[in-house]
Design a protein around this ligand. Structure first.
Ligand code: HEM
Length: 184
């Protein structure tokens, strides 16, 4: 039988906060790096950072899903009004979906356009997608609209966390925070 814990386990919390930091930097970096008139060397640096951190995020979301499947969290349920519970469920599923879609679309956009992804190239990892302008354009549009959807969801998620942590003080925030420290 799985053991009940008061907090998420340390690996789940570490992955959560690492991803939170990286996603919160990827959204502004992605928006900034495509601005016209940006200094060329800064733009190159931001593109390289964005692509390679994006690949790291793709690995992290798979690690997170795998860990959740292998060691599902067993936490005391926090009583919530049904509508809030429903909204939280929908938001979390949509967040997981977009955290998969965004890096995948970014990867396809770059690889279908035959651009480099420096770390994968250094490791000798071939592209998993064929070269195709149409595919690159589709992935670009998905990445563009997905960034707004992800931005909106992240804001809602932060708002809900602040509401639980500061107003309701019901333990929902503190079962994910802090990232380290053993769970009682
Ligand atoms: C969770 C992960 C990611 C987030 C949150 C993210 C976010 C963004 C955002 C906000 C933009 C600006 C969108 C626009 O206005 O067009 C962007 C653009 C871009 N991203 Fe990402 N990204 C992620 C992962 C990736 C990955 C893994 C790659 C490639 C390996 C990538 C490659 C690109 C490229 C090439 C652009 C420029 C699009 C274009 O104009 O062609 N992204 N990203």
């Amino acid at each position: 039988m799985a053991i009940k814990t008061k907090k998420y386990r340390v690996p789940a919390r570490v992955i959560h906060w690492t991803m939170a930091l990286l996603v919160l930097s990827m959204l502004p970096i992605g928006t900034l790096m495509i601005r016209e008139g940006l200094d060329r060397s800064l733009q190159n640096f931001l593109f390289i950072a964005h692509k390679n951190v994006g690949v790291l995020l793709l690995i992290l979301i798979f690690a997170r899903l795998a860990y959740r499947l292998l060691r599902p969290p067993v936490l005391d349920p926090v009583p919530l009004p049904p509508l809030q519970k429903f909204a939280a469920g929908i938001t979390h599923v949509a967040l997981y979906a977009l955290l998969l879609i965004m890096p995948l679309a970014g990867y396809v956009r770059v690889r279908a356009g035959r651009f480099p992804i420096e770390t994968l190239d250094a490791l000798g990892l071939q592209s998993f997608v064929p070269r195709s302008d149409a595919l690159a354009e589709l992935a670009k549009a998905t990445h563009f609209y997905g960034s707004y959807a992800l931005g909106a969801l992240v804001l809602m998620h932060i708002g809900a966390a602040a509401y639980h942590g500061v107003i309701r003080k019901d333990g929902i925030l503190t079962r994910m925070w802090p990232p380290f420290g053993k769970q009682p």
